[in-house]
Design a protein around this ligand. Structure first.
Ligand SMILES: Cc1cc2nc3c(=O)[nH]c(=O)nc-3n(C[C@H](O)[C@H](O)[C@H](O)COP(=O)(O)O)c2cc1C
Ligand SMILES: CC(C)CC(=O)C(=O)O
Length: 342
């Protein structure tokens, strides 16, 4: 469904930048597995349910979204389009949903907020606690409504395509805007191999924002996350960019949902490419899903309009899938609608 848009994006992008966006870690097994796992699922629709018009609206932390679909945090949008994250934010706002702003954004969160749509902020906690707290305060002041803490990156994944292309630095003029410190110097982003649960407790003391833990796959970690007071968990393998060989997210989802037992929402990203994928994730217990690369293809192909197109397409496709499966609302979806794996 989104392949034509991806082709348009590819044609416009510098090949090394396409590889940065499209690629994964290692042999890209997990990257492929995310999509393949959805493709293996088969649905068991209900009929004669008289659903009438569907109602996709979903509320998370008090924000109403047009559908259970958000924009995942991804780095470096100004490599994809000159308007960068501002265009993404405009597209997301027009589609009625949340943009999760990346810590590695190439536009300051204060400027992104000018688009007017709801934002969450994704954080890579830095070993420098004072600096980390300052970034969180910046996100709060800019109006971000949740903090998404990425925990699947104690070190960088090994990205073969980037190594081959020698893609190590942003081009002149682009920087990670949230890595600027008080002096205007831009720090290097640190993937912190010393990150532990105590830092999540510390963050809860630093901010009143809901904390979403991003990048867990193991049900035991989901349980720990709940015990440490997070407001939601996000089942993710970073789009196959960190541990190659990690399980596909939709395959990890049921055990996480079971462990969490409804105490907090369970979100999922990785491999969502059509309405049926969203439907399957929701039926298996996700409260909402996030999309990464498809939004980047929309952005590269057509800026804010392209982002809106991708999100509208996915929402409309979910609406159709709900009708065809006999459901009126996302909350009507139950696990029995996912029949089998082939
Ligand atoms: C180009 C790119 C950059 C990313 N940058 C970040 C990031 O800065 N922070 C983060 O937590 N996740 C990052 N991710 C992971 C996404 O948030 C998300 O987990 C993943 O893209 C979902 O898979 P999908 O692309 O198949 O939808 C990035 C993913 C891609 C493709
Ligand atoms: C450049 C990184 C900090 C962004 C990221 O998380 C990724 O590329 O997957």
């Amino acid at each position: 469904m989104l392949t034509e848009l991806a082709a348009r994006a590819r044609a416009r992008l510098d090949p090394a930048h396409w590889d940065f966006f499209a690629g994964g870690a290692g042999d890209e097994r997990t990257l492929r597995a995310n999509e393949e796992a959805f493709q293996r699922l088969r649905l068991l629709p209900r009929v004669l349910r008289a659903t009438g018009p569907r109602d996709l609206r979903t509320t998370l932390f008090g924000t109403e979204l047009s559908a259970p679909l958000l924009v995942a945090p991804t780095a470096f949008h100004r490599l994809a389009h000159p308007d960068g994250e501002l265009a993404t934010a405009r597209g997301a706002a027009a589609a009625g949903t949340v943009l999760v702003v990346s810590m590695a954004a190439t536009t300051p969160v204060e400027d992104i907020a000018a688009a007017g749509g709801p934002l969450w902020f994704q954080l890579y906690p830095q070993p420098d606690l004072e600096f980390t707290a300052a970034v969180v305060r910046r996100a709060e002041r800019a109006g971000c409504r949740a903090l998404v803490v990425t925990v699947d990156s104690p070190v960088f994944g090994r990205r073969e395509r980037d190594r081959r292309n020698g893609f190590t630095d942003l081009p002149a003029g682009l920087v990670c805007e949230h890595l600027r410190d008080g002096t205007g110097r831009v720090r290097d982003i640190v993937m912190d191999a010393d990150l532990g649960w105590e830092r999540i407790d510390w963050l809860r003391g630093v901010t009143g924002l809901p904390i979403v833990l991003k990048g867990l796959l193991h049900p035991a970690d989901a349980l720990l996350a709940v015990e440490h007071g997070v407001s939601a968990v996000l089942v993710s393998n970073h789009g196959g960019r960190q541990l190659d060989g990690a399980v596909a997210t939709v395959d990890a989802l049921p055990a996480v949902v079971k462990a969490v037992g409804g105490q907090v929402p369970v979100l999922l990203d990785g491999g969502i490419r059509c309405g049926a994928d969203i439907l399957a994730a929701l039926a298996l217990g996700a409260g909402a899903v996030l999309v990464g690369r498809p939004v980047l293809w929309g952005l590269a192909a057509a800026g804010a309009d392209g982002v809106r197109q991708v999100l509208d397409l996915l929402r409309e496709d979910l609406d159709r899938a709900l009708a065809l499966a006999g459901a009126r609302r996302p909350a009507d979806l139950t696990g029995d609608l996912v029949a089998a794996r082939c």
